[in-house]
Design a protein around this ligand. Structure first.
Ligand code: PRP
Length: 227
């Protein structure tokens, strides 16, 4: 008996997005690329959302899980901050496009009263609390500074106030959170934006659907930059 022919749905695309600030800026770019979710991912309890484009769906995950979903091919593409990608390592991810959204800075911050310059000059060992352990380790190693890193999952600004750490490595956007907690940025580590990440296999096997999406998003990004 001949094998039944299997229809492989090569034109279906799954895109991983995370709730929060990046989503607010990412949705208008996808809308310009003709992809609008059936429900607002920010408020919907559904984790898989169909879109206006047949065969294209969004999956809603935690920001730090976006690279993981794409790396393993559970999502064909996703939107992730450079901060998250550096911590993940970027293995198994193609990063074709800087979307220019989620713009902020990764910094070292301390209490306003802390003598950072003196500490650096003395070469004193310090404690640094952060979500970004890998990036922080590389930053301080490059400076030859000895640090004990404490992994946190949020509200890093509390650590110096509560006496948990001398400094933090965290994202700064408006600077309001630092200011409200009497902290100051003492070192800039790098500017951060969000990137489109793509599973290399998906780019190869689903190029007919993926390449137009990348091109449309690139067009939306450039149109935004030119405006
Ligand atoms: C980020 C970051 C700071 C804050 C900075 O936190 O960790 O806490 O935003 O923004 P600002 O400079 O505009 O005040 P986020 O809201 O992403 O939550 P998190 O604490 O879970 O990281």
């Amino acid at each position: 008996m001949p094998f039944p022919k299997r229809k492989i749905p090569v034109s279906t695309l799954t895109i991983a997005l995370a709730k929060g600030r990046i989503l607010d800026e990412a949705l208008p770019l996808f809308a310009q690329a003709g992809i609008v979710p059936a429900e607002n991912p920010e408020t919907s309890r559904k984790l898989i959302l169909p879109t206006s484009r047949p065969g294209v769906s969004f999956v809603v995950v935690r920001p730090t899980d976006v690279p993981t979903y794409v790396q393993y091919g559970a999502a064909d593409a996703g939107v992730a901050g450079k901060d998250v990608l550096l911590e993940h390592g970027g293995e198994g991810l193609y990063q074709p496009l800087d979307l220019g959204i989620g713009r902020c800075r990764l910094v070292v911050a301390t209490m306003r009263s802390y003598d950072w310059a003196g500490t650096v000059q003395r070469g004193a060992r310090i404690r640094v609390a952060t979500k970004y352990v890998r990036t922080a380790r590389e930053h301080f190693a490059a400076k030859g500074m000895h640090v004990d890193l404490i992994k946190l999952y949020g509200s890093m600004e509390l650590a110096p106030l509560a006496g948990l750490a001398d400094a933090i490595v965290d994202l700064v956007s408006t600077g309001n959170t630092l200011k409200a907690n009497d902290l100051v940025a003492v070192e800039d580590i790098m500017p951060i934006t969000s990137r489109l990440v793509v599973h290399p296999g998906a780019l190869k096997l689903k190029r007919a659907a993926m390449q137009p999406l990348i091109d449309a998003l690139a067009g939306a990004v450039h149109a935004g930059q030119a405006a």
